[in-house]
Design a protein. Structure first.
Lengths: 366, 287
C-alpha cells in the first residue's frame, strides 16, 4: 500500500436529507497526524461530514478515502476510525473498564492483553482507579475521559470527535482542550474535531476548515484563519470584526481603497483580487485599531469619532465609538498600564481620532 | 416541624382507605381460601368446618392435577415466548418511527381493548370452528379443513392474540427510552449488528422483557375463559380444574387447596425468575 501521507481525503462529497443539502461538494485533505477542526455554526454540515467519515451516513456523491482505502459503503465497524460522541454514548449497563474493553473484545484480543491495555488507557486519561465504577457514577468530565479512552484503546488511524467538550463547564473545557491536544501530540493520531467554538478551534488545531451552509469556505492554520479570512463570514464567525461596506475606487499591488457607503475613504489589503467598482466590505478587528487623543495627526485611515460607550473588562477596555457617518465601531484597547486614575480611561462623549494601519484592514468580497 | 411519631401516624391515616380496600377485596378472600383449604368437604360440596390436611395429601397424589399444571405451564411458556418473539420486532419498529407516528401505533396496539375480551374469544370460535370461516375459505379453494377448535392449539393461538399488547407495551417503553447513539457507538467500536444487539440493546431492554413476560405468563397460566371456550378436553387448564371443583362437581376445600398450591408454585417460579434477571440487569440505568 503506497502512502500518500493523507489520513483522510474527501473528494467532492455531497449529502442531502429529504431534499435539503447538508453538505455541498466538499473536498478536503487531512494530513497524517494532524489536529484538524471542522468549525462552523450549528447546521453548517460539520457533524454530517464527520458522520460520513465514520460511516454512519453515506455520501450521495463523492468519495471518502481513509489511508488510501476508498471507503465506498464500508460499514462503520469495518472502518479504522473511532468516534468520541457528543453525548459520550457510554454503555450504562457496563462498568467503566467494560466500556473501554468493548472495542478490543470485538476484535477478539485475548483477555490478558485486554486487561493490560484497559488499565493503560484508563491511566492515560487519569481514571486508573475508576474501572469498576458505572458511567453514571462519574462526573461529566470523567465520562468524557472514559469515552476518549474507549475510542483510543483501539489505536485507530483517525479519531473523530463530535463536539466532545460541549457539555463541560468552561474551566473544565479549557483543561480538557490542553489535555486532548497533549494526548494527540503524544500518540500522533490524526484527530478530526468538530466544534462551533472558534476559540477552541484556534487553541487546539493545526488546521481549521470553516464551514457554512454545507460548504467549506476556508481552510488554514489558526493565524491564517484569524488574520487573513477570505470571506466576510469567516471574519465574522471567528473573533469580533467591524465591517464597513463600500465599493472599490482604487487598486494597487495587493491593497485597495474603498469608498464606504458612509462617505469615508479607507484603505486595506485585498487577500483576493478585487476590481474597481466592486462591492466589498472592509473588515477590521477591534483590537487592531487605535484611538488617538489631542490634535489631528497626519495619515490615512484616520477619522474623528465620538466615544459612545465604555466597558472595562479587566484585561481590555471595550469602547464603542461613532464614526463621522454615525455608524458604531468597536475598539478594544489592552490595559497595559495598571492605574486607578479615571483620566487614563475614556468616558462617553470624548472626541478622539480613530486610526489603523492599512495592513490591519482587509478588503473582502461579500 | 412535626415529630416523627405524628408524621408516622398521619401517614397511616392517609393510607387507610387503600388499606381498607386491599383488606376487603384482596386479603379477606385470600384468607378465606387459605382457611377453606384446611377444611373437609360438606355433603353439598361446600365447606364443613372441621380441620384437616387431607386436601393437600390427596393433591400431591392427584395425577390429573399435575398433568393439568404441566399443560398450563407449558401453554403459558409457549405463549410468553411467541408473544416475545412477535412483540420485540414490533416494539422496535414502533420505537424507531418518527414521534408523531408513535402515538398512532400505540393506539392501534390498544384498539382491541375497546371490545370485550369474551366477545373476541367467541369471534375466534367462529373463525376456527370446524365449519368456521377459515375452514370455509380452505374448502372454497379446495384444501383440506383443519381441526383446530377444541384443542390446545386453539387456546394457544387465542392467548397469543389476547396477550400481545401486554408484551408490546413494556417492550416499547424500554425501547423508547433506549439511547440509540449507543448502537452507533457499538458499531463504531467494531460490533456487527448481532453483537451490537446482544451486547448493548438486549441487556438494556431486559427489564422490559421481564415485565412483559410476567404480565403475559401469569394471566395465561391461570386462564379460564379461553380454554373453556376454545380448548375442549384437550386444552383443559388449571383454571378449568378450579371451575370443576367449585362449580360442576363441587369440592370447595379441595379446589381451595389446588388454588393455594398453584399460587405458591407460581410465586416461587416468579421469584426465581426475577432473581435471575435482576442479576443480569444489575446496574442498568434506572427510569
Amino acid at each position: 500500500m503506497s502512502n500518500s501521507g493523507w489520513a483522510v481525503e474527501l473528494d467532492h462529497i455531497s449529502k442531502e436529507f429529504r431534499g435539503t443539502a447538508a453538505v455541498r461538494d466538499v473536498s478536503l485533505r487531512i494530513a497524517d497526524g494532524e489536529f484538524f477542526s471542522l468549525l462552523g455554526p450549528s447546521g453548517c454540515g460539520k457533524t454530517t461530514l464527520l458522520r460520513m467519515i465514520a460511516g454512519f451516513e453515506l455520501p450521495d456523491r463523492g468519495e471518502i478515502v481513509i489511508h488510501n482505502v476508498v471507503m465506498g459503503d464500508t460499514p462503520p465497524h469495518q472502518r479504522d476510525v473511532n468516534t468520541v460522541f457528543q453525548s459520550y454514548a457510554l454503555f450504562p449497563h457496563m462498568s467503566v473498564a467494560e466500556n473501554v474493553a468493548f472495542g478490543l473484545q470485538m476484535k477478539h484480543v485475548n483477555k490478558r492483553e485486554i486487561a493490560t491495555r484497559v488499565q493503560q488507557a484508563l491511566d492515560m486519561v487519569q481514571l486508573g482507579s475508576y474501572g469498576e465504577r458505572r458511567p453514571r457514577q462519574l462526573s461529566g468530565g470523567q465520562q468524557q475521559r472514559v469515552a476518549l479512552a474507549r475510542a483510543l484503546i483501539n489505536q485507530p488511524e483517525v479519531l473523530l470527535l463530535d463536539e466532545p467538550l460541549g457539555a463541560l463547564d468552561l474551566k473544565l473545557r479549557k483543561e480538557m482542550q490542553l489535555e486532548l491536544k497533549g494526548i494527540q501530540q503524544r500518540l500522533g493520531i490524526t484527530f478530526i474535531f468538530v466544534t462551533h467554538d472558534q476559540e477552541e478551534a484556534l487553541t487546539m488545531s493545526d488546521r481549521i476548515a470553516v464551514m457554512d451552509a454545507g460548504q467549506v469556505l476556508q481552510v488554514g492554520g489558526p493565524t491564517e484563519i484569524y488574520e487573513r479570512p477570505t470571506f466576510r463570514f469567516v471574519a465574522d464567525f471567528i473573533g469580533e470584526c467591524n465591517f464597513l461596506p463600500g465599493s472599490v475606487v482604487a487598486v494597487e499591488n495587493g491593497s485597495a481603497t474603498i469608498q464606504t457607503s458612509g462617505g469615508l475613504q479607507v484603505t486595506g489589503i485585498a487577500p483576493q483580487p478585487v476590481a474597481v467598482g466592486a462591492a466589498v466590505v472592509l473588515a477590521i478587528r477591534p483590537e487592531k485599531v487605535r484611538l488617538i487623543e489631542g490634535d489631528r495627526p497626519a495619515g490615512v485611515n484616520l477619522f474623528p469619532v465620538k466615544v459612545e460607550r465604555v466597558a472595562y473588562i479587566g484585561s481590555d477596555t471595550r469602547i464603542i465609538v461613532r464614526l463621522p457617518d454615525g455608524a458604531p465601531f468597536d475598539v478594544w484597547e489592552a490595559n497595559t498600564v495598571s492605574t486607578l486614575d479615571p483620566n487614563q480611561y475614556y468616558t462617553p462623549g470624548d472626541e478622539v481620532f480613530l486610526a489603523w494601519t492599512p495592513q490591519n484592514a482587509l478588503v473582502l468580497r461579500h | 416541624m412535626l415529630s416523627a411519631r405524628t408524621e408516622h401516624r398521619r401517614a397511616w391515616w392517609q393510607a387507610s382507605p387503600a388499606m381498607i380496600w386491599l383488606g376487603l377485596f384482596f386479603l379477606a378472600p385470600l384468607v378465606l381460601i387459605v382457611l377453606y383449604s384446611f377444611q373437609s368437604r360438606a355433603s353439598d360440596g361446600t365447606v364443613a368446618w372441621t380441620w384437616t390436611l387431607e386436601n393437600y395429601a390427596k393433591l400431591l397424589r392427584d395425577g390429573s392435577f399435575w398433568r393439568t399444571l404441566w399443560l398450563s405451564t407449558w401453554i403459558a411458556l409457549v405463549v410468553t415466548l411467541i408473544t416475545l418473539l412477535i412483540s420485540y420486532p414490533l416494539a422496535y419498529f414502533m420505537a424507531t418511527r418518527p414521534k408523531r407516528w408513535r402515538s398512532a401505533l400505540l393506539f392501534a396496539v390498544m384498539l382491541p381493548f375497546w371490545t370485550n375480551f369474551l366477545v373476541r374469544i367467541y369471534a375466534w370460535k367462529v373463525l376456527l370452528g370446524n365449519n368456521g370461516v377459515i375452514n370455509q375459505v380452505l374448502a372454497g379453494v379446495g384444501l383440506e379443513p383443519i381441526a383446530i377448535i377444541n384443542s390446545q392449539w386453539a387456546v394457544l393461538l387465542a392467548l397469543v392474540y389476547g396477550e400481545l399488547p401486554y408484551m408490546i407495551l413494556p417492550l416499547y417503553a424500554a425501547l423508547e427510552r433506549f439511547d440509540w447513539t449507543q448502537m452507533e457507538a457499538a458499531h463504531d467500536l467494531g460490533a456487527g449488528r448481532v453483537q451490537a444487539f446482544t451486547r448493548i440493546m438486549l441487556p438494556q431492554t431486559l427489564a422490559g422483557i421481564t415485565a412483559g413476560a410476567i404480565l403475559v405468563f401469569v394471566p395465561t397460566v391461570g386462564t379460564f375463559a379461553v380454554s373453556d371456550i376454545l380448548g375442549g378436553t384437550d386444552g383443559f387448564m388449571i383454571g378449568n380444574l378450579l371451575d370443576l371443583h367449585f362449580r360442576s362437581t363441587p369440592n370447595w376445600p379441595y379446589g381451595a387447596a389446588i388454588s393455594m398450591l398453584f399460587m405458591l408454585l407460581l410465586l416461587g417460579a416468579i421469584a426465581l425468575y426475577l432473581k435471575a434477571t435482576r442479576e443480569e440487569t444489575d446496574g442498568e440505568n434506572p427510569g
